[in-house]
Design a protein around this ligand. Structure first.
Ligand SMILES: [Zn+2]
Length: 175
């Protein structure tokens, strides 16, 4: 685009230079006056061309900005659609004692293991799988590695501890 502008500007300059050359060789006052008029018109044209070039440049910048914004909105829309798809695979489940987590809904042929995700992270628009970090007396402790939340799964009770057998010792055991 700017190459074309430069070519036109250069063309106008050539016309003016030729006209000035005519003035230099002619002794006719009318030719000189018309040539100066031509020079003035050419100068005006050149100025308009420069203004036009500036406007085209501004429009090109605006166009680039709009393209960038469009791409950003497309990316946001794609991420939102992906998240909606992920969300549809989970259902809020009551873990007892006022605790809740989102439970993975398995579909036929799905190899994904059963798991739960953090409700706080879900609300923030991300999937964070809860990891069992141990047991509290009320149930399993599920920890979110993304936001550090701990949720007690009251349906997963601590395994009962087998009674420890105490072997009777006698004074002869050392021998
Ligand atoms: Zn979380």
């Amino acid at each position: 685009m700017f190459a074309e502008f430069s070519a036109v500007t250069s063309g106008i300059k050539t016309v003016v230079d030729l006209a000035m050359a005519v003035v230099g060789t002619s002794r006719d006052a009318a030719v000189a006056a018309k040539t100066l008029e031509l020079h003035s018109v050419a100068f005006g044209l050149n100025q308009q061309l420069l203004d036009l070039q500036a406007r085209v440049s501004a429009l090109q910048n605006e166009n680039s900005e709009l393209k960038r914004e469009t791409q950003e909105l497309r990316d946001q829309l794609r991420k939102r659609q992906e998240w909606e798809e992920i969300k549809s695979r989970y259902q809020l489940a009551d873990l007892g004692g006022g605790s809740c987590a989102y439970l993975y809904l398995s579909v036929d042929g799905d190899q994904t293991p059963a798991h739960k995700i953090c409700p706080a992270c879900y609300e923030a628009g991300r999937r964070a799988i809860l990891q069992k970090s141990g047991y509290a007396p009320q149930g399993a402790i599920l920890k979110c590695l993304a936001c550090a939340a701990e949720i007690i799964d009251h349906g997963d009770k601590p395994p009962s501890i087998a009674p420890i057998r105490v072997r009777k010792t006698s004074k002869w055991d050392a021998y």
